[in-house]
Design a protein around this ligand. Sequence first.
Ligand SMILES: *Cc1c(COP(=O)(O)O)cnc(C)c1O
Length: 383
Amino acid sequence: MTEGLDLATLMSAVLGNANGAITPPIVQSSLFSFDSYEAFEDRMAGRSNTAIYTRVQNPTVAAFEGLMADAEQGEAAVGFASGMAAISSTLLAFVKPGHRIACVEHVYPDSYRFMERILRPFGVEVDYFSAEQFENDPDLLQGVQLAYLESPSSILFKPLNLSKVTAHAKRHDVLTMIDNSWASPVFQKPLTQGVDIVLHSASKYISGHSDTVAGVVVASQKHIDQIRDLTLSLLGGKLAPFEAFLLTRGLRTLSVRMRQHEATANLFIDRLSALPQVRRVHSPGPNDVPGLTGRSGLLSIEFDDSIDIPTFSNALKHFRLGVSWGGFESLILPARVGLAQIGEENSMQRFGVSPNLVRLNLGLEEAEDLWADFTSALTTGAR
Ligand SMILES: *Cc1c(COP(=O)(O)O)cnc(C)c1O
């Protein structure tokens, strides 16, 4: 991780020497004062770039943003209070009434709700397309202003060939945006495949410890400036200094954690294929699409009718029942439970999801303990 940039260099750039501290001090200050009238005026007129007010800029947050920009190979980054703050603020910085968004199908359910409940009533058209349509229809993006992507998608984890999609987007002058939370920059760097804007729910792998809700966006300086000036400052969903500190700590172990998640996922994939109760496993891996270099620990499994999902779920001991993912502890989210939140009668169908589907977050516990727990719960859950 962060091969190009070391934390010490970045910290001295944004925090000064900080008395030689090797983790970023938490600058818990709402405002930053100036030494003179002239320095104050220069800053307000945009002739210098130090922090003024923590709603828009803070040194601890800037240290995290610098590391994220480096990890995703982008020019700049901006932190947010949550993944949804990052998604909503980025979309609202670039779309206007009358615009059309092409969205990949089966995105994170709250991203879908944002499109439908907030953007559509404001006069933004949103159409949903499959990965195959995005990749193979060169004119799909005609008349579209923004393409909203996830690769892989949520729930069924369908990956997208990003280079193909961005080639179509460039021809039609379409801004592309992707939610890269699943792969993390360790396994996929979408900016290197021509995507314009990458965002993360940093609550997941980047935090890695289930103790933070946060988001981050990485893009060109120009795009980040637009988000920072417009929707970060006017909607105000800023990342807090303490959370930025936790995220910086998370980033230091991101690549070792991702490799452990991958090893456990590979062990599950190998063994699941031998189980008669398993109809399908949705878990994209290295080279399923160009640019994807690893398999994360978030996958879904479709059982046949021989497993009673509630009994199976209740029998698990290591896997806890809960939303979210990306932390130490393994979790299970049965699809029927997860989609109940959307509140649409046909949401199982809309998302193309079988009632026999469960999503697993394979955490960092011993892989053999997780497997033993999983198979023993399968025995209990047999009808
Ligand atoms: C959790 C999640 C989000 C939303 O992030 P929050 O930090 O919970 O607001 C967005 N996209 C994906 C893929 C997620 O899993």
